[in-house]
Design a protein around this ligand. Structure first.
Ligand code: ADE
Length: 248
């Protein structure tokens, strides 16, 4: 999958994407990322890309011509991709959106800065996405979040194909269960639930399901309200309630 990212700070994108899961995915050719700097499309001295807002007021606004130039270049490099603008005014990005994005051939992500971008750029934008109800200094972090959430769902990107399927939200919008690894005993106390050491895979699966249900019920009433409990779920949840939160 190919991502083109329009940003006046391309180093923020390339730095983050050089390491970890996405770094490996890029090396293996599963994901391509190309930043485009609007400064390279500015016709003003020193590659200027911003100016004061018409009508007055604080802050600077990113000008339309360099952004439109960068969008046009990205579109010709990634012709099947839609242009997505990252903005707190956009639709809230969720796991189900990452799944849909992962089925696309590519995306062009437009990261704003300062007080905003000239509204006339919106004629070249196909969709608007927010990562949450807070205001960041720019769209680079949201673009990285969207790319990481999407890319890790692409076949072959995660080492173990199963690990995406078990994540929070992936399966029916439940939170993830707790995880443990060695050492079995910590000096400070805190035990590993005995069921996880039992080798009984059916019981382990039921325990994990019960913990996921219990956590979702306790922490995310919004998700819980959407969840349809099966008979099996109900039994796993009752077991989890009986043994307590992560302790057997
Ligand atoms: N740019 C600034 N804040 C943002 C947010 N919450 N989501 C997406 N883009 C943004």
């Amino acid at each position: 999958m190919r991502f083109d990212v329009i940003t006046i700070f391309p180093e923020l994108i390339t730095g983050y994407l050089a390491v970890g899961i996405l770094g490996r995915a890029r090396q293996r050719g599963l994901v391509q990322v190309q930043p485009w700097n609007p400064r390279d499309f500015s016709e003003l001295p020193h590659g200027r890309v911003d100016d004061r807002p018409f009508g007055g007021g604080p802050g600077m606004v990113l000008m339309a011509p360099p952004l439109l130039g960068a969008i046009a270049a990205a579109r010709s490099a990634n012709p099947d991709a839609r242009v997505a603008y990252l903005t707190p005014q956009g639709r809230q990005f969720r796991q189900e959106d990452a799944r849909e994005f992962a089925s696309r051939p590519g995306m062009i992500l437009l990261a704003g800065r300062y007080e905003g971008i000239d509204e006339r750029v919106m004629a070249a934008v196909d969709e608007e996405w927010s990562i949450g109800d807070y205001v960041l200094a720019g769209g680079e972090l949201p673009a990285l979040i969207l790319m990481e959430a999407t890319a890790r769902l692409l076949p072959g990107v995660l080492g173990d194909e199963d690990s995406a399927a078990q994540d929070s939200f992936t399966e029916l919008g439940l939170l993830d269960c707790p995880h443990y690894t060695r050492p079995e005993r910590l000096g400070s106390g805190g035990e590993v639930p005995a069921v996880l050491l039992s080798g009984d895979h059916r019981r382990i699966a039921r325990w994990r399901r019960g913990q996921a249900l219990l956590r979702t019920q306790e922490r995310r009433p919004d998700l819980w309200a959407q969840h349809i409990l099966s008979q099996e779920d109900l039994l796993c949840l009752q077991e989890a309630e009986n043994v307590g939160h992560g302790r057997v």
